[in-house]
Write a protein that binds this ligand. Structure first.
Ligand SMILES: [Zn+2]
Ligand SMILES: [Zn+2]
Length: 254
């Protein structure tokens, strides 16, 4: 089953919680979810877009069985109230921030109105939403780089690190802090390609893989840096079995 549910950012910090835990224990209500269902999350005003694609990994949990995420509740009264009910666990698959998932576009593809409670998504709308999810982050993250980390013990962690490189929200925060030029070679896509290259830059996650634990919390400014596609590719290649650090790569090309 495919669901569309709504998230009120005035009540709970969904972006922060997903970035911290990778999943959220969600109030289940009366809907009949099954493990494996796909759930898209529509963020209510002022965002008014579908931003998250998730998978149901657990249902019917009591408040005693879920993690304590009180810090992410903005409305503490609602937090207290929520503890009576049942919860499902939503594991984040991907997040995007695309105008094509805003309310007018969704309505053009069959959504009747901004979702309030959970809605079962029909095939036409689901194929539209999933097509946006599968392409929205691609231009910033070509397949060559995605598949380059070699198979090794930390492969799962590598994947979770790259999650931040693919996330449009993480990207936006990194670029806001560091600008659009490559931090390694100083290349600016806009300077060379003009309008065509405007806003284009990759984002690389620099936190060492071994330090990515279950409770890892991303620091958007210090853990991510903007890099051009060439430097990014080089950061994901190994020499003598090791990845180069930012400083090492800067030194190599200077
Ligand atoms: Zn560069
Ligand atoms: Zn990278």
């Amino acid at each position: 089953m495919i669901w569309l549910i709504s998230a009120n950012g005035k009540m709970y910090d969904h972006a922060g919680s997903f970035a911290h835990y990778g999943s959220i224990d969600w109030r289940q209500g009366n809907s009949k979810y099954s493990i494996g269902d796909i759930v898209y999350i529509y963020c209510t005003s002022p965002i008014q877009r579908v931003r998250y694609k998730c998978r149901v990994t657990a249902i019917d949990k009591n408040s005693s069985e879920i993690r304590d995420d009180k810090d992410y509740w903005i409305n503490k009264e609602e937090y207290e109230k929520s503890l009576d009910g049942k919860f499902l666990n939503l594991e984040l698959i991907e997040e995007v921030d695309s105008e094509k998932l805003s309310l007018p576009f969704l309505q053009e593809h069959g959504l009747k109105a901004a979702p309030q409670g959970p809605i079962k998504v029909n095939e036409a709308l689901e194929s539209y939403i999933s097509s946006i999810f599968s392409t929205a982050n691609d231009e910033f993250f070509p397949e060559t780089i995605e598949s380059s980390p070699e198979i090794f013990e930390g492969i799962k962690k590598q994947v979770s690190v790259n999650k931040y490189e693919r996330s449009s929200i993480a990207r936006a925060k990194c670029i806001e802090a560091h600008g659009h030029s490559c931090k390694i070679c100083n290349f600016s896509f806009e300077e060379i390609y003009g309008e065509l290259g405007k806003d284009f830059i990759h984002v690389h996650h620099i936190t060492p893989i071994h330090s990515i634990g279950k409770n890892y919390k991303i620091d958007y400014v210090n853990d991510l840096i903007p890099v051009c596609t060439n430097c990014h590719a080089m950061l994901h290649r190994q020499i003598n079995g090791k990845y180069l650090t930012i400083q090492e790569l800067i030194k190599l090309i200077s």
